[in-house]
Design a protein around this ligand. Sequence first.
Ligand SMILES: Cc1cc2nc3c(=O)[nH]c(=O)nc-3n(C[C@H](O)[C@H](O)[C@H](O)COP(=O)(O)O)c2cc1C
Length: 337
Amino acid sequence: MRLCSSSRTVDAYGVHSGVSRAAKVLQRVLGLPVTGIVGDGDIAATRKHFTADLIARVCDERLAFLKSLKTWPFIFCRSSFRKGSPGIQRRQGVTLGVVLSARYMRRDRRGAMRMNIRDAVASRFSCRAFLPTPVPQSIVREILELSARAPSGSNLQPWLVHALTGEPLMRLKKQLEPRYGELPRGDGPGYEVFPAKLHEPYRTRRFDVGLQLYESLGIAYEDRDARLRQYARNLVFFDAPVALFFVIERTLHPAQWADLGMFVQTVMLVARGYDLHTCAQQAWVPWSKTVEQFLELPPAQMLFCGMALGQANESAPENAWRSPREPIEKWATFSGF
Ligand SMILES: Cc1cc2nc3c(=O)[nH]c(=O)nc-3n(C[C@H](O)[C@H](O)[C@H](O)COP(=O)(O)O)c2cc1C
């Protein structure tokens, strides 16, 4: 079995060096006592780390070891290179499976971690509870760079993105925290997200999805305070370690907003390829003034939406339900097939 991390592809320890060595490397990389046996403590520590980053660090260790061998120049050329018996692979699965627990992740023929586009679409949902596990800048960059392959009319690429984590993100949250109570409707919306009188069938769809979210959290619709408290979770990005803000030039037209929408969706799907989750957030629009000032946007630019990005807290009830969709007959017609 092979693991690929960015441009580095190396063979995993488990097959070629044995399960015990694989476990030791994992423990060394995590700064844990090196026993060669994976225990509950190791599994818990592994879950706190960003998966792709951990794989990269294990691969780096392996690569450094292989490079130290006299046979390094020939090591990947030998046809007799051990493939690993099913038994070894199973045991290896126990050790490295700890790291690679991502349900939808698959390996391509070269062993690189991949996610099928159908699985990426099917497994995306608006995640409203995140683990604090950091996402390295290199991964955020890769997600954004790949997402910029999104199409746009006449290739205008009208998207602008600001990514925050750590101190700046904390600073923004701190800035908003005391003001949210005073100004529950924000500091003046940058644009009107929905028509003032949302008509059917949109009104009911909007109401229903809100109801389902609150139900998942045991919040009664009549409990306005609890609903507002949950809504305010938007303003801490549902505890996600990374915040993205999507920005567009004010002079651009609806067609370019559609381009930006395609870009935003591509970001959400590419993120799934890293076993990350997202929640697009127009809840930031009422706080456009604050956000635009914070990001030091020039007057010609405006906020479209925010987005939370990180690893999902899979045990959170608000992540355990899925929003409904209308049957295809309601919105598609087919002719000439
Ligand atoms: C542009 C955009 C803005 C959104 N803004 C918010 C938001 O501020 N807060 C929130 O909890 N969900 C937000 N959502 C998530 C939608 O509610 C969600 O996409 C919809 O209910 C369908 O559910 P799903 O994403 O889980 O499939 C937003 C989605 C989009 C596309």
